[in-house]
Design a protein around this ligand. Sequence first.
Ligand SMILES: [Zn+2]
Length: 358
Amino acid sequence: MANRSSQNEDQNFITREETKSKKAEIDAKIKENVVTSGTIFIIKFADILNANNSSPEVISHYMQRVLHSIFFIGYVSKPRVYPEEFIPEKILESFKEKFPGPFKDYLSHVPHQTPYSILLEFMSENKNCNEPKILMQELWEINKSLWKTDTNIGYQPVANDFTATVIAYSCYGDINGNNNVNSAYGSSISCKGRVPRRIMIHISVLQVWDLAISYAVCQEGDSPALVFPNQVCCKAYNFHCNSNCFLEVPPCAKCMKSFRGVKFNPPCENPDDDPTWPYGNCAENESLNKLLKGCQDLRSRILTEKNIQGKQMDIIEIETMFKKEKEEKLKKNLKNLLGSQNITLRKDNRKLQSFQPM
Ligand SMILES: [Zn+2]
């Protein structure tokens, strides 16, 4: 009996050790992917800024924001990645000298956007992007170079943690593309890992997005949803590594339920299928948020669906409802998420301090 029990203990010990070493192997792979993806992103983004003949001020502004966002996401990732690990050794000192802010503030300030969302903002502000197809072609070329691929397994990405695979384009006004059209691009939340992704969605909902979008995201498809005027259209594009372009993609059921009245093109294919990703993840949120923030006339026309008493809320009532019913719970969630990564951030006027490039 004694022998059998010690055999069992030995086996248990071996199994525990095997599990531990497997976990360490998986963790090392995850970390390697985050580091490789971050490094590729930083180098490519520096190339894009330089190739565009941007002024030193513009280069510094965008580079600081991208570095800070990558450093913050690296720190809240599991396993943790420190800023120095993202920058190749030979350029580390010059980066610290040129961009000291992100190295100093990545633990005390939150980023407002993922790195890819900042890249998209730069591209849409600095290129001729009235025609989505032209921008999508440029982004396709960029995405291709952001993905470390492995041709042995069918040209599959092995490190693409900071690349957005879906871009959405929204417009308000004349949908035939004539005068007076407001338009905006947005990307899906482009970071891997459950905790970093949830943290970025919470920051977006609490500190970045128009509160009408935050409200819609928090409703999680429940009534009453937002109702947009019918001059709002939205198109999304999905990046396929093997094809030669971004392909148009219909919205998911979550977006269709949350943003009523928007003309999605192509339309939602499976309105009853709830996708597995979290609310707030889709590119449509960021795109519609920017559209709303850039157009007061559109904001004033946003309503909710009628409730059972037949009443619709306007934008002021939606904001009040969000603050009253959703905000405190979300703040607590965010505090817990950050706490789980040992981060305690200072507040500034009841909000977490946001990173500002110097
Ligand atoms: Zn969606």
